[in-house]
Design a binder for this molecule. Structure first.
Ligand code: HSE
Length: 307
């Protein structure tokens, strides 16, 4: 095989109470990535036109370019890759856009290499790509973006991860056009938290994971609460409280900031609830002259897809 074209999906990190350790893969939105083998052992990147095409095409500055170059070097390949990226995931939106590029490129190259790399190797290379956008990357976008489904990360440095069963849910995704860099969203957080808050948060996270195993909707509803991060970050997102109220009143099982924001997610039992939430939320932003992209997505249980 000399070329491959794939979809690299968006992801929702944190899922309220799982800051830096929990993430889920969506079917929408997604990037499209085509990789063509070239004779020289080098990486060329073409950014195809789209609403979110404002990313670097220099390999050392691109989250997909870096792992591609590392793979050529480490595997001593005598050929290289022309990588064409069409971004469909908003940039700096809290939907794992940089991770999708990184994970998608690593996944596609591995397919061109007849799947010679293990999942852990793929994760390691994809994380190297994420370092272009954040100095200390977490695997809560990369792991679900590569492997699909919902992923719980016990330890980032050893990439000790496991899949949590999740199915038949719909995610309402609201992405207002508000610029928040991950750096700002992390710097706003306190360096330490009080024990009583930590107890609430790990009670919620443990119960949330158990609730997904038990398919206990009432327990999901009670547990999907973030008492540590949301109080700080929500102040960066205009109309956060209004969107949360809309979501809960419409019957969402849970609501929170997606990754470091500004996107927000609502976990819903069915498509109608998710559609109602995105429509009503979008109206609030548009009435206030803030552009807003919305998506209704099911869970993507496989990660990137060959198209
Ligand atoms: N968990 C990260 C954060 C997002 O909320 O800052 C992506 O790793």
């Amino acid at each position: 095989m000399d070329s491959i074209k794939i979809q690299a999906p968006a992801t929702v990190a944190n899922l309220s109470c799982g800051f830096d350790v929990l993430g889920v893969c969506l079917n929408e939105p997604y990037d499209e990535i085509e990789i063509i083998k070239i004779d020289k052992p080098e990486v060329q990147i073409d950014i195809l036109d789209s609403k979110f095409s404002n990313i670097p095409n220099i390999p050392s500055q691109n989250t997909g370019g870096v792992p591609a170059e590392l793979l050529i070097r480490d595997l001593k390949l005598n050929f290289g890759f022309n990588i064409k990226i069409k971004k469909g995931i908003p940039l700096c939106g809290g939907l794992g856009s940089s991770a999708a590029t990184s994970a998608g490129v690593v996944y596609a190259i591995n397919k061109l290499l007849n799947s010679k790399l293990s999942d852990i190797d793929l994760l390691k290379y994809a994380l190297e790509g994420e370092k272009v956008s954040v100095s200390n990357p977490h695997a809560d976008n990369i792991a679900p973006g590569l492997l699909g489904g919902m992923i719980l990360i016990r330890d980032t440095s050893s990439l000790d991860i496991s899949k949590v069963p999740i199915n038949n849910f719909y995610f309402a995704i609201i992405h207002p056009d508000i610029k928040i860099s991950t750096e700002v969203a992390r710097n706003i957080l306190p360096p330490s938290i009080k024990l009583d808050l930590a107890i609430q948060q790990w009670g919620n996270l443990g119960s949330l994971i158990n609730a997904f195993h038990l398919q206990d909707l009432n327990l999901i509803k009670k547990s999907m609460q973030d008492v540590v991060i949301e109080p700080y970050r929500s102040s960066l997102i205009k109309f956060f409280d209004e969107i949360k109220k809309i979501s809960i009143n419409s019957g969402a099982l849970g609501f929170g900031i997606s990754g470091s924001g500004p996107s927000m997610f609502a976990l819903c039992e069915n498509e109608n609830i998710a559609k109602e939430i995105v429509n009503n939320s979008k109206e609030i932003y548009l009435e206030n002259n803030i552009d807003c992209d919305t998506y209704v997505s099911t869970v993507n249980n496989i990660g990137p897809k060959v198209i």
